[in-house]
Design a protein around this ligand. Structure first.
Ligand code: NAI
Ligand code: MG
Length: 518
């Protein structure tokens, strides 16, 4: 703050290193500053919705071309922060899915699988570089379509998207070293279904390893966030990726179901709700010998465990990053907080103070901490679950910030007086809502943390390395963060236990999901 104030007095329009852009028209300060009344004023970022025009209609991407859906059906994609319509998105049906699969099959047989790994790697590097060049555009669109704060899409999502393509580009010509003594072969055509919480990042997680191994792809983005996937299609064209190597079919759940049912798909990779994951597992199992391979990355109810010997202020920041990142639209969000009894009062006091400083509002403003909830449906679900918590006896703590009149918003919230049987302690809320509980001993901590149908991630906060190792061994979670939370890297595998799914994405492990080892 002090720095911002000082610079402003000096008449500079710069607030951080990210805000300056040669092309930005500098307006007088008074006009540029949003007034948040009870808070301090910041200068807004140069990103705005005028810089990157969005076409009024988006078609399907099949065989390297943008084509209209057979049924000529379209649906609206809206900005959840303003409720304004951004564009129309094509609704693919079974015939479109079949056409996309046929294009992927041809590309697989004729071009992509016979190509050397070295050549495939070159395309992936090229895609990664174009993503970097266009990252500002992609970040702004991601924020407008999905509601996440620009500082996250710009500084977290987009760098990771490019990093995933770079990382798997590096593996493309080294697959035989990835599996010593074995010969990895591609599986064929991969059908990939992704959710709306990290639209581009989930696309990168799925597409990059599949292509590196020599597979071709039919991707189905989530219905509320298709715009950046279609920009990615433009990037594939710009990179001259051979037609049919990646095909994108937009639409809702029925399009996803058609993809799962489609003959000629060799592998299904899904990220989304446990509910839909179970449906997919069932429908794949019923196919018998003809069934595609399957990996599922589903919900979570991660425990963030804070011991008395932890650096408390650091832990508070980790708790905040764990649950309020991306409005809590994170499958590995630290949505259950377990605090050791001796520090409970201190942690609650600090948490209460800290959430008061969080800014909720315009996701395109670079100072925003919490953007818009992705859809009206999701907001309804969050409200209903929080209400169930209150009805079951939990105590509600929320910030007193004013929420914008239009759009879908939910303030940072935590619930105390929660017991293990409450729905808010059991079910995935997928919103900025934390359920706080206490524990006395490490044994109690991991037993309570493991007491959930999920097992995707967990966090441990302590000064003692030995305690970290003990907890990491006992926690049934695919990822255990120690004295940090929600940190991702393409080299590191990610995936769950139990109802959080099976299979790993990222790292060397992420390759084996797309290879047959001979
Ligand atoms: P969802 O699981 O319905 O959607 C994820 C993707 O699956 C979307 O692309 C959707 O179109 C597709 N899909 C939906 N029904 C399908 C079907 N029968 N067959 C094939 N594909 C299908 O998730 P939704 O409804 O958007 O969110 C509901 C809840 O799921 C959230 O409140 C949250 O708790 C959880 N969720 C978890 C995610 C995660 O990353 N683990 C991501 C998104 C949602
Ligand atoms: Mg759904």
């Amino acid at each position: 703050m002090a720095i911002v104030e000082k610079r402003r007095k000096a008449g500079s329009s710069r607030t951080t290193q990210h805000s300056a852009s040669a092309s930005t028209k500098v307006l007088p300060l008074r006009e540029r500053t949003l007034n948040f009344g009870d808070k301090w004023d910041y200068a807004p970022s140069p990103e705005d919705n005028k810089s990157f025009p969005i076409a009024p209609r988006h078609e399907l991407f099949i065989g390297g071309k943008f084509v209209a859906p057979r049924a000529r059906r379209y649906f609206d994609s809206i900005n959840p922060a303003t409720e304004e319509k951004l564009t129309e998105i094509a609704h693919a049906d079974g015939r479109d899915v079949a056409a996309a699969t046929a294009a992927a099959r041809t590309a697989y047989e004729k071009v992509w699988s016979p190509m050397s790994g070295r050549e495939r790697g070159k395309y992936l590097y090229r895609i990664a570089r174009i993503i970097q060049e266009r990252s500002r555009e992609l970040a702004v669109l991601e924020t407008m379509d999905g509601g996440k704060p620009i500082k996250e899409s710009r500084d977290i999502d987009l760098p990771l998207v490019a990093a995933h393509f770079f990382y798997y580009a590096g593996w493309a010509d080294k697959l035989k070293y990835a599996f010593p003594g074995r010969s990895p072969r591609p599986l064929g055509v991969a059908g990939q279904i992704i959710p709306w919480n990290f639209p581009l990042l989930m696309a990168a997680w799925k597409i990059a390893p599949a292509l590196a191994c020599g597979n071709t792809v039919v991707l189905k983005p989530a219905e509320t966030t298709s715009i950046t996937a279609m920009r990615l299609a433009q990037i594939f064209q710009e990179a001259e990726l051979p037609p049919g190597v990646v095909n994108i079919v937009t639409g809702a759940g029925e399009t996803g179901a058609a993809l799962v049912q489609q003959r000629g798909i060799d592998k299904i990779a899904f990220t989304g709700s446990t509910e839909v994951g179970k449906l997919i597992a069932k429908s794949v199992a019923e196919r018998g010998a003809d069934a595609p391979r399957l990996t599922l990355e589903l919900g979570g109810k991660a425990a963030n465990i804070v011991f008395e010997d932890a650096a408390i202020d650091q832990a508070i920041e980790g708790i905040i990053a764990g649950i309020y990142f991306n409005q809590g639209h994170v499958c590995c969000a630290g949505s259950r907080l377990f605090v050791q009894e001796g520090i409970y009062k201190t942690v609650i006091r600090k948490l209460r103070d800290r959430i008061q400083t969080m800014r909720v509002g315009n996701p395109l403003d670079k100072n925003t901490d919490i953007g818009a909830i992705n859809s009206a449906t999701q907001l309804k679900k969050i409200r209903a679950l929080v209400q169930s918590g209150v009805d079951e006896g939990a105590h509600l703590e929320q910030t007193r910030c004013r929420l914008p009149a239009k759009g879908y918003w939910y303030p940072p919230t935590f619930l105390t007086n929660v017991t293990a049987s409450h729905r808010v302690a059991q079910e995935e809320i997928f919103g900025p809502v934390l359920s706080v509980m206490t524990f006395r001993t490490p044994e109690e901590a991991f037993e309570r943390a493991n007491n959930t149908p999920y097992g995707l991630s967990a966090g441990v906060w302590t000064d003692k390395g030995s305690k970290i190792f003990k907890m990491a061994q006992k926690l049934r979670a695919g990822v255990v963060w120690a004295n940090t939370f929600n940190k991702f890297d393409p080299t590191s595998p990610f995936g769950g236990y139990k109802e959080s799914g099976f299979g790993r994405e990222g790292g060397l492990q992420g390759l084996s999901a797309y290879c047959r080892l001979e």
